[in-house]
Design a protein around this ligand. Structure first.
Ligand SMILES: [Zn+2]
Ligand SMILES: [Zn+2]
Ligand SMILES: [Zn+2]
Ligand SMILES: [Zn+2]
Ligand SMILES: [Zn+2]
Length: 582
């Protein structure tokens, strides 16, 4: 099979279906996609609210609960206790399939009626404000995270303790403003580090301790801006830097570090111990293409968060813990097999089409909130024979209405575009979102009136608790800014213990500032920027001999990278990078 270039039916850009893609579509028996990978991702993510929480009533026990569903929406929402109980029967919402109506219309009606669970935070202790989370203790505003203790205002944290304002951090402790890290301790304002301790402003470092402002170093201590210092000199300079941090001059230090980082080289992608894989932030992957944030995965494509034994999956956003043959889903994993077009299908599911929030089930088509059921269509029970006969007809019907092979259309989503992670990756103005058929929620109600205005430093003491601090974000009209914010007690203790000033931005703005450090979920074919030793105007001077080319020749290697060609960073191929960074 040759590759085929198609025009996306949504954005009208060309996209390519590769020979191996045909094999996959053949294997799982779905028609070829009509949208490009990006439009597919955007549509999927418009069903995923990760971080916007609301207070509302449980529609069964009528208690006030925290939920990702806004109270003004007319769908039914239960608290976790009610939803998981046998006080209600999801099969009682069952409907006959109507061959005179499009499937998605029927699904939408069912979707409005069947109760959803307000939040997902399994086995959590004192962590009410966490979502898509499990096994956390004493955590607040923590999302997509598991097995953490005392981690606040953070995103995608695993097995970490006492961290604040971090994203994508694993097995770490006492970290602050860290983006992508493994096994770090007392690390501040840093990104893409492993095994680093007691350090500030590091990027792409491994095994550092007591360092400040370093890029691409391995196993060093007492270094400042990649230069060695004696312990005494280091501590003296660090005291000055820490005083600046305490005075709230962090922006100056951030800028200083950014300028330094731009003079250093970057590896084309953060890919380690992986074979034939493209994307970014990959570890221990094999044949994973166009994947971002993945580890222990094989034969996956267009994946975002693919992890822990994820195999033969395509177009998946958060999939793992033994997940195989999964296509066009969000939040699907923990022993799942053969899932097509699904939302939140956690735990021992197999052979499922177009379904949402089901567990322990198999052979479902268009079902919502079922636990341990088999052979159901639109929440109605059938025998195995009836089911098999009927889904053949339904697939034919859906082919005739051009629905089969497409993920749910965005109008089925229970969220507004600006509540979902689609807006994080594909930011749209209200006007544009509405024009493209997405829903939009006005933020007015979220904006709170500050009681403390940030024209001077606000002291780090208990008097600040209960106050509403003004967010100093420049663009107050930014939809994501909450304008004012509170400091929680645990957070204040952290600032005191770590000698940090109070933040100047609201937690939301802080989150998005951190996400800005990440390259887009997109790849460009580029050439290694290592020009050898002869090039003029070089910002970075090679220090080593390069294996792949002579010193008076530029490197011929090419790669796929998430660094767009017009970006200022110096991007090297694996080989040149390895020659320089040891
Ligand atoms: Zn497109
Ligand atoms: Zn309830
Ligand atoms: Zn803000
Ligand atoms: Zn190179
Ligand atoms: Zn080179």
């Amino acid at each position: 099979m040759n590759k085929e270039v198609r025009k996306c039916q949504n954005c009208e850009q060309d996209f390519t279906i590769e020979p191996e893609d045909f094999q996959f579509y053949e294997k799982i028996k779905v028609p070829l996609p009509t949208r490009c990978p990006e439009c597919r991702l955007q549509r999927r993510l418009s069903f995923r609210n990760e971080r916007v929480l609301h207070h509302r009533e449980c529609n069964l026990c009528e208690k006030m609960i925290i939920s990702v569903f806004h109270p003004s929406k007319d769908n039914v929402v239960y608290c976790q206790q009610c939803w998981w109980s046998d006080k209600w029967d999801p099969l009682s919402y069952g409907k006959d399939y109507d061959f005179n109506k499009p499937f998605f219309k029927q699904y939408k009606e069912l979707s409005k009626a069947v109760p959803r669970v307000g939040l997902i935070n399994a086995n959590s202790v004192n962590s009410e404000y966490t979502h898509l989370a499990a096994d956390n203790k004493d955590c607040y505003m923590l999302f997509e995270s598991s097995n953490n203790e005392r981690c606040n205002h953070s995103y995608w944290m695993q097995v970490s303790k006492d961290c604040l304002d971090c994203s994508f951090v694993n097995n770490s402790e006492l970290c602050y403003e860290v983006f992508v890290a493994w096994k770090c301790y007392k690390l501040f304002f840093s990104k893409e580090c492993r095994d680093c301790t007691e350090s500030y402003f590091l990027q792409d470092c491994v095994g550092l301790s007591n360092c400040y402002g370093c890029v691409g170093l391995r196993n060093k201590q007492y270094h400042i801006f990649n230069q060695p210092y004696s312990k005494e000199e280091y501590l003296k300079i660090l005291e000055e830097k820490k005083a600046q941090i305490q005075q709230g001059n962090i922006e100056v230090l951030v800028r200083e570090f950014k300028d330094f980082a731009l003079k250093n080289i970057n590896k084309y992608a953060h890919i380690q111990k992986s074979v034939n894989s493209t994307g970014n932030y990959l570890l221990n992957t094999k044949n994973c293409l166009y994947c971002f944030h993945g580890y222990d995965a094989e034969n996956c494509k267009y994946g975002y968060h693919v992890w822990r034994n994820s195999k033969d999956n395509m177009d998946v956003s958060t999939v793992g813990r033994d997940a195989e043959m999964v296509y066009e889903t969000i939040n699907t994993g923990i022993n799942v097999y053969n899932i097509k077009f699904g939302i939140q299908l956690w735990g021992s599911n197999s052979d499922i089409f177009y379904s949402e929030s089901c567990q322990g089930s198999s052979n479902l088509f268009g079902c919502i909130s079922l636990h341990n059921e088999n052979y159901c269509i639109l929440n109605k029970q059938y025998t195995k024979e009836e089911y098999e006969e009927l889904i053949k007809k339904i697939i034919e019907h859906m082919k005739s209405t051009k629905e089969y092979g497409e993920f749910f259309p965005t109008e089925v989503s229970l969220f507004s575009y600006n509540e979902t992670s689609a807006n994080d990756h594909f930011a749209l103005s209200k006007e544009n979102a509405l024009k493209k058929g997405f829903k939009w929620k006005n933020q007015d109600e979220k904006v709170v009136k500050p009681t403390l205005i940030q024209n001077k430093m606000i002291s780090v003491d208990d008097s600040v608790l209960g106050e509403i601090i003004e967010c100093s974000h420049q663009d107050k009209c930014d939809d994501k800014c909450t304008a004012g914010f509170k400091i929680i007690k645990e957070e204040l203790q952290f600032y005191k213990k770590m000698n940090l000033p109070l933040p100047r931005l609201c937690p939301n703005c802080r989150h998005y500032q951190r996400l800005k450090q990440r390259n887009p979920l997109k790849l460009w074919q580029r050439k290694c920027q290592c020009a050898g030793e002869k090039s003029e105007n070089k910002i970075y001077q090679n220090i080593a001999k390069h294996k792949d080319h002579t010193k008076d020749q530029p490197c011929p290697n090419q790669f796929q990278t998430s660094y767009a060609p017009d970006r200022p960073e110096i991007v090297y191929c694996e080989s040149c990078y390895q020659n320089e960074v040891v």
